[in-house]
Write a protein that binds this ligand. Sequence first.
Ligand code: FES
Ligand code: FES
Length: 222
Amino acid sequence: MGANQLKKINEGRRAVLTSGMATAAGILMPGVDATAAGVPLSPADARELAAPPAMGVAMTVNGQQVSLQVDTRTTLLDTLREHLKLTGSKKGCDHGQCGACTVLVNGRRINSCLTLAVMHDGDAVTTIEGLGSPDQLHPMQAAFIKHDGFQCGYCTPGQVCSAVGTLDEIKRGVPSHASADLSATQGATADEIRERMSGNICRCGAYSNILEAIQEVAGVQA
Ligand code: FES
Ligand code: FES
């Protein structure tokens, strides 16, 4: 093979590699114009690539019907806080580790930072704002105030929602890790409540007062 032929083959390879890398960059890197990289996009394709994936979701939130379009990647917590301006539910860790974002969905407590809004189409969501109002507190809210179950208050909306869910679980006979007999009816003992509330972290350390508040609502002598 002559030197000229070799030179031509190498130039051809380089051109193929360069165009391949440009195409990949155009497709994979946000903000890079694929057309500038030599890949023509139709206006419809360009619009589809640019738009975030959105979906409609309808839920009942604190007794009110709401319908909204959300990016499918939006968590329930962000939907409540950013779209519906219900900022009572707090973002502590955003990783399911602190419980500050606890809300009730169809009566059961969940970490709203760990679930997507679009997974709750048709569900009933209750946040701290829907449990009670300043004029008409939920018994759990009143008990937290009476027993001084908070200091800074950041964890409190999640603690209160979780406490309401906890007592409902005990009432329904759902066992916990602390239950000695899985088929027996559990009482709202200190051990049961501590175990069930262990996913709700309080950096101020108001745990003993929170326990007293929950036991008072459960009708148990602390
Ligand atoms: Fe959801 Fe911490 S913010 S568990
Ligand atoms: Fe401050 Fe619980 S009251 S984190």
